[in-house]
Design a protein around this ligand. Structure first.
Ligand code: GLV
Ligand code: MN
Ligand code: MN
Length: 410
């Protein structure tokens, strides 16, 4: 058995994750929206742990926590995020942050390792105010105007106000320093069933999907629900419902093997049963790691909109809100994770794409990046019941720390 096995403290990893679960607890999960009190307390908790890992802690002007090292040698950046979706799971994000913290605690004081792990918690990966705001800010992809325009999707609170209340308004935003890091490594729960169904311990991520998002607006005519005969109605709500069904009928013959699409919030205006809705809106998302597939599906959406408008009852407008950039994970990072899995997980690993978005796809635009997954029980995530077996959490931590060592030794 390799002697550095004992250096990862599995009990410490579980204790840290449970401490974070206790901040903003909801059932067995957490409710930790970006810049909520529970989120800010979690950031402060992380910042307080970093000095023990030999890192200077900073919370920057967009809510990223960064732990930086003055140790000589190579530097590997590692992390994930600490906010959650509303009323969601305890591991989506914190797992990767705590693994990074553990890697720093194990590796940074070790005189046999010529290098260090720097820790990051990226703000708002879950997209309460935008998408990947923290990691995009770090790679230089967020302007002051973007921040001016950002609002909490649940409360409408502006991001400026949230930053002020969090005490971050006057801080500068940390930026990636060219050449500082050999790369970025992130761990995450799989949020699917591939590992569990295969009796596997580790997913070696090969690529991360791009996410495209749209606002689709239907305009008809608002009128009285009792006196307007069915044959003359211009019901925007009905047009929207038909559109959703039509998407499900048409997309399967056009999509790729792993394309997914989801309708989010639907609003009917005015949304009263005695009034025919004159307007309706749906948020719509598609994911794939092939932009060519998305282009094809976008053209289909557009022709469906044109067909409905041509029928004369309602018009349809499609607005793109977000363009996804699929990312390939670095080959050497995949090899390091696979080699670590051979040593610490009996080789029970598989190479697989990620259907979820992760900060690693943003970091990969400026440095080599890699990701590993641990199993999710029942494949459940973005729900408070999300969970992973303790033994799998500990195995994942050992593989993660060993992968960090291997990358730093290259
Ligand atoms: C990230 O949480 C995603 O929705 O993929
Ligand atoms: Mn996540
Ligand atoms: Mn998530």
């Amino acid at each position: 058995m390799p002697d550095n096995l004992t250096r990862v403290d599995g009990a410490r990893v579980l204790a840290d994750l449970n401490t974070l679960r206790g901040i903003g607890a909801f059932k067995t999960g957490v409710h930790k929206p970006t810049f909520s009190e529970a989120h800010m307390q979690s950031l402060a908790w992380l910042a307080a742990q970093l000095p023990d890992a030999g890192l200077a802690a900073e919370i920057d002007g967009i809510g990223n926590v960064l732990g930086t090292s003055t140790k000589s040698g190579a530097k590997l950046l590692a992390g994930s995020h600490l906010e959650s979706q509303n009323y969601a799971g305890w591991l989506d994000g914190p797992l990767g942050v705590v693994y990074a913290l553990e890697a720093a605690r194990v590796i940074n004081p070790d005189p046999n390792v010529n290098g260090s792990v720097e820790v990051a918690s990226w703000c708002d990966e879950e997209g309460h105010f935008g998408h990947f705001l923290g990691s995009r800010s770090y790679v230089g992809g967020v302007t002051e105007q973007d921040i001016d325009a950002a609002r909490d999707r649940s409360s409408g609170r502006t991001m400026r106000e949230a930053l002020r209340e969090a005490g971050l308004a006057d801080r500068s935003r940390a930026k990636a320093e060219r050449g500082r890091h050999i790369g970025y490594l992130e761990a995450h729960i799989e949020q699917g069933e591939t590992l569990e169904n295969g009796g596997l311990a580790i997913g070696v991520v090969t690529s991360i999907v791009g996410i495209w998002q749209y606002r689709i607006t239907f305009t008809g005519e608002q009128n009285h629900a009792g006196t307007t005969r069915m044959s003359v109605r211009r019901d925007a709500g009905l047009a929207l419902a038909r559109f959703c069904v039509d998407v499900d009928d048409r997309f399967p013959s056009l999509c790729g093997p792993r394309t997914v699409w989801t309708t989010g919030r639907i609003t009917l205006d005015p949304g009263a049963p005695s009034i025919i809705p004159g307007a309706a809106e749906m948020l719509f998302q598609m994911r794939d790691d092939d932009p060519g597939v998305i282009e094809r599906l976008e053209r289909e959406l557009q022709s469906m909109a044109t067909e409905i408008s041509a029928q004369g009852r309602c018009s349809v407008a499609i607005q793109r809100l977000r363009i996804g950039t699929p990312a390939k994970m670095n080959a050497a990072f995949q090899e390091a994770i696979e080699a670590a899995s051979k040593t610490f997980a009996g080789g029970r690993s598989i190479r697989m794409p990620s259907g979820a978005g992760h900060d690693a796809q943003i970091l990969s635009t400026v440095m080599p990046s890699g990701m590993l997954f641990v199993p999710s029980i029942g494949g459940i995530s973005h729900h408070w019941s999300e969970n992973t077996a303790d033994a799998d959490i500990i195995t994942g931590a050992q593989v993660f720390v060993d992968a960090c060592r291997r990358l730093l030794a290259r």
